[in-house]
Design a protein around this ligand. Structure first.
Ligand code: B16
Ligand code: MG
Length: 217
């Protein structure tokens, strides 16, 4: 079997925190009078907090110093964390638990590979902090998706070569990162239309266990 590990993106794959990100950025942008809409929000999927802020500031009528940018990002994160406080186990997306359990039964390692610095808090909220064999997140990396760093770190923590890993992602930047790391890529949600994906589905409820573990070059 070629696939020995599956690395899951968090936001938009395990749990739907993507709309919380949108609402929190929108709240911050409205306060600053910066135009921000759902179309621009799609460009923020999978990318780091500061890179997201730079995309939002493209539409700003004034420039911000580095100190001001840090304050804007902190303010957005505060709004975001207030929303995360309401997350429960019911917010785990359809098909997640089933697929994870199936992979475990087959001896396939499972990991999280997320750009989010809030990963430990989110996993705690959905009571999955002890569920994965490894967690790689935004706190441990210096290059965010589409750079493969977070996925390569997850593979390293698992002790599995990248060519034996599949990544499940909802962001084009994440699919790009998986391919740049020499891994298979499964596109779900927004990324199901990504041409680079090796497999695609609307959500994990529609991903068959055997279609992932049988991925081949
Ligand atoms: P934070 P993922 C990503 O999570 C989100 O998709 C992206 O919108 C967000 O900017 C990024 O995490 C950083 O999140 O502000 O919590 O550190 O999709 O890689 O799990
Ligand atoms: Mg995501």
């Amino acid at each position: 079997m070629c696939i020995k590990a599956v690395i899951f993106d968090l936001d938009g794959v395990i749990v739907s925190t993507d709309d919380f990100h949108y609402q929190a950025w929108k709240q911050m942008s409205d306060e600053e009078g910066i135009p921000f809409d759902r179309e621009t929000n799609q460009r923020l999927r999978g990318v780091s907090r500061m890179a997201s802020l730079e995309i939002i500031l493209e539409k700003s009528s004034r420039s911000y110093s580095d100190t001001e940018k840090a304050e804007l990002a902190a303010r957005k994160n505060q709004f975001y964390k207030e929303k995360l406080a309401n997350l429960t186990t019911c917010d785990v997306l359809p098909g997640v638990k089933n697929l994870l359990a199936g992979l475990k039964r087959q001896g396939v390692k499972i990991a999280v590979g997320s750009s989010s610095k809030n990963t430990p808090y989110i996993l705690e909220r959905i009571e999955m902090q002890d569920y994965f064999d490894a967690v790689a997140d935004g706190n441990q990396i210096s290059h965010s998706k589409p750079d493969p760093e977070v996925f390569l770190l997850a593979a390293k923590l698992l002790g599995i070569p990248p060519q034996n890993c599949a990544v499940v992602e909802d962001a084009y930047a994440g699919i790009e990162a998986a391919k740049a790391g020499g891994m298979f890529a499964v596109g779900v949600g927004f990324a199901q239309t990504c041409p680079q994906a090796d497999l695609a589905a609307p959500d994990l409820d529609h991903v068959e266990l055997k279609s992932i573990v049988n991925l081949k070059r």
